[in-house]
Ligand binder design. Structure first.
Ligand SMILES: [Zn+2]
Length: 281
């Protein structure tokens, strides 16, 4: 039975010779598998410098990318979810929320803030995928609605950064109502002639795609992002046909007329700031 016995030692490095890297300093690019140092990631706006893969980041990083000197005032930061349905799946929704607060340090799957982009006022609402899959519940909808009211009151352009698995099932119909609420508020913003820019990042799906993410005066996306309503597997099983290559990527969605342009994250601040300058004049 020699075949399952290890004849040579697998690891030769003794403990004192091992090189330790503190947690989070190095990250592997999910696409090309090359190691990316944290300081390089910051420098390249969290885009892999080898293969241009756009790493998934959250509101902290997007605020840092867009706002001048990373200075901003957070808006409506104290809103938290209730549990209107007393919902339980594998665990109770209340517990799931408490665990998510601890794990992410966030209050829900979105943060809104007012700051400056190249000296011009801008309100950004940015979703966080790390908080229950970036799911849209009543807090997400309410923060977007209040941000829009704030933009109308102060006459400031609104940038929405979407990153979501869709509606939050633990709030069921309350989540779905957010689609109508945010869409109605965006209509008011449009009436007030205030620019609304929607940025779709990887992934943007479900009820988010079916409401505010696709309602921008301009709809833009990061390269290679998954953008769709239902997932590819569900669609394939429903229509019983193979899906075209590149289905539901930003590039595919652009080609089919649902996006205005795709923009590299390293150039996005510059492009949006120019766009806002044109719209403000
Ligand atoms: Zn890479």
């Amino acid at each position: 039975m020699a075949w399952f016995k290890r004849s040579t030692k697998g690891i030769f490095t003794s403990t004192e010779d091992k090189k330790e890297a503190p947690d989070g300093v190095w990250n592997k690019c999910p696409n090309c598998k090359k190691a990316l140092h944290y300081s390089e990631q910051v420098e390249h706006k969290y885009v892999c410098q080898y293969c241009d893969y756009h790493l998934r980041v959250g509101s902290k990083e997007y605020f840092e990318i867009f706002f001048d000197d990373n200075a901003f005032a957070e808006l409506f930061g104290n809103l938290t979810s209730g549990d209107p349905l007393n919902f339980t799946d594998t665990k109770s929704y209340k517990n799931r929320l408490v665990e998510s607060y601890k794990k992410t340090g966030l209050k829900d799957a979105i943060r809104a803030a007012h700051g400056k982009i190249d000296g011009q006022d801008l309100v950004i609402a940015c979703m966080d995928f790390s908080f229950i899959g970036g799911s849209m519940g009543s807090v997400v909808g309410e923060k977007i609605a209040r941000s829009i009211d704030y933009c109308i009151e102060h006459k400031i352009p609104f940038l929405m950064i979407s990153k979501s698995g869709g509606a939050r099932m633990m709030e069921a119909a309350f989540s779905l109502m957010q689609m109508a609420k945010t869409s109605a508020k965006l209509a008011l913003l449009s009436k007030a002639k205030i620019p609304y820019i929607s940025l779709l990042t990887d992934p943007t799906t479900g009820g988010v795609t079916a409401s505010y993410a696709m309602l921008g005066d301009i709809n833009i996306a990061e390269p290679g992002a998954l953008i769709g309503f239902a997932g590819p597997r569900v669609i394939k099983e429903t229509i019983k046909k193979d899906l075209p290559k590149g289905f539901q990527t930003s590039e595919f969605v652009l080609e089919h007329g649902f996006l205005d342009f795709i923009v590299d994250r390293r150039e996005i601040k510059n492009k949006l700031s120019t766009f806002i300058r044109i719209m403000n004049n």
